[in-house]
Write a protein that binds this ligand. Sequence first.
Ligand SMILES: Cc1ncc(COP(=O)(O)O)c(C=O)c1O
Length: 380
Amino acid sequence: MKKETLFTHIGRPKAGLGTPVSTSITRASTLLFERAEDLYRKDVRGYGRHGSQVHDHLKEAFIALEGGEHCALVPSGLASCTIAIMACVEAGDHILLTDSAYGPTYSFCQTFLKKMGVETTIYDPRIGADIEALIQDNTKVILLESPGSLTFEIQDLPAICKIAKARGVTTIIDNTWSAGITLSPLALGVDISAHAATKYFGGHSDILFGAIISKNKTLGNSIDKTAKAIGLATSPDDAYQILRGFRTIMPRFSQSEASALQLATWLESRDEVAQVLHPALASHPDHAIWKRDFTGGACIFAIVLKPVSASQVLAFINALNIFGIGYSYGGFESLCIHCDPQLRRDHGDKFDGPLVRFACGLEHADDLQADIEQALRALK
Ligand SMILES: Cc1ncc(COP(=O)(O)O)c(C=O)c1O
């Protein structure tokens, strides 16, 4: 079944006599039992933190999306990465983290994990099979993100996963960029796919949510135990909204993906632009790997401007009328940020000019293009 059809029908109540189309929200911390004998049963939900039917239906949808066997729901995209890592490590272990990882994931590894006695080595996102040289006896996790946050390097997932598998190392990918729509990492050998469902699944920039989908139930149970021990829970209202996001994600994703490609292609021809970082462009250094592993793009890409002052970059972004100035992507509205203040890279490309990231929403691509065109005048 194609994703459009699957996402229309998955995780819905069975039709009966006047059944609502969508799963109803059940709000509860306490769940009541008629008989005291049932309080400690293992086969029924005992307490609100353990979820509800809408949570179960949302998990079904994420499992179908990724072709996994287990899904855990967490309160944010960042938590999807941190809980997945924590489920796989203990004091004395070591992890490998791509240099292109989302900033707060990087900070979590450098601060919190370190405090817990877990060491992190940062690796070049383009390392491929050479990652083997960095694997130590105590390496438990390789954290992947493809394309990289801000800099859009594509990783050779099959090559890295093959080595990881042979060495008994668990691979975790932050799969937020593709939303699982244009990349299926579990099919390429990755063990765990983590999502900031905040982005495309929320779709309206008003919810924080995360999902962790794993290839097998053993990994899934460790993730559940970790989230449960820490006391994480997600609200049924948020779970409902994320499941609702599944119903329309395909056309929303396609439209914003097409807009991003239109803008990226056009920006390549602009004098003010030194480089466009979008893996679907033939000029992208990892285009061949992207073509092999991905089925499409996403709503987000970046440009490297020819050298201008920091104040000119701010003037350019402040001159945008349709693009909002704000972090994130996958919502209905377009966004833009300048990246340099948060850019840190030990490996990979160094850019001569400032980096600016665009996230396309659902406005018409021609209007977005016209907005950037008029704002570029502020660079002069
Ligand atoms: C690639 C990536 N991963 C994770 C996150 C974190 O998601 P959340 O804001 O839901 O914690 C973000 C948010 O921008 C992101 O871009």
